[in-house]
Design a protein around this ligand. Structure first.
Ligand code: GDP
Ligand code: MG
Length: 162
């Protein structure tokens, strides 16, 4: 059985960009507008010798109604199916109420969760990440999914203990 990793976070934080990079596909639609990936999407990743199953999700926005409610329930199912959750936040946008809502849910769920600040390209990653420590999920891993920065270290951290 391959380890299963779920990508969770509000829309537009870069989940599909990371999914595509790790699975070497363009299957997960990357959008300049939030919420395009409305279902769970599975991919098999082979990344620098590591093999795992990745689940992309449409995202959780915090005020769940209509299509958002469907996306949120897909995300929660993905969390259920996963061995590890990567909770992505946007280092450029900063901490949002939606991030806090998702973090609260993930802390209650008790699944192994790594907090990942994406989009640290061209900004001071350390200062941009500092406010995310208040989410109570421990270390903030810094990546730039669209540039490939920080990803091999993240994958190693997730999979080495498994
Ligand atoms: P999702 O809704 O969480 O799946 O987010 P997407 O993967 O669709 O990305 C949303 C937007 O963020 C797109 O315009 C991406 O090109 C952009 N994006 C994703 N990763 C990065 C990154 O590392 N740096 C920057 N600057 N932009 C990124
Ligand atoms: Mg997406």
């Amino acid at each position: 059985m391959l380890p299963v990793i779920a990508l969770v976070g509000r829309p537009n934080v870069g989940k599909s960009t990371l999914f595509n990079r790790l699975t070497n596909t363009r299957d997960a639609l990357v959008a300049d507008y939030p919420g395009l990936t409305r279902d769970r999407k599975y991919g098999q990743a082979k990344y620098q010798g590591w093999q795992f199953i990745l689940i992309d999700t449409g995202g959780i926005s915090g005020d769940e109604q209509g299509i958002d409610a469907e996306m949120a329930s897909q995300s929660l199912m993905a969390v259920d199916e996963a061995d590890v959750v990567l909770f992505l936040v946007d280092a450029r946008a900063g901490l949002t109420a939606a991030d806090e809502g998702i973090a609260k849910h993930l802390r209650m769920q008790g699944k192994k969760t790594l907090l990942v600040a994406n989009k640290v390209d061209g900004i001071d990653g350390d200062s941009a990440s500092a406010e995310f420590y208040s989410l109570g999920l421990g270390k903030v891993y810094q990546i730039a999914a669209s540039h490939g920065r920080g990803i091999s270290q993240l994958v190693e951290t997730v999979l080495e203990p498994m």
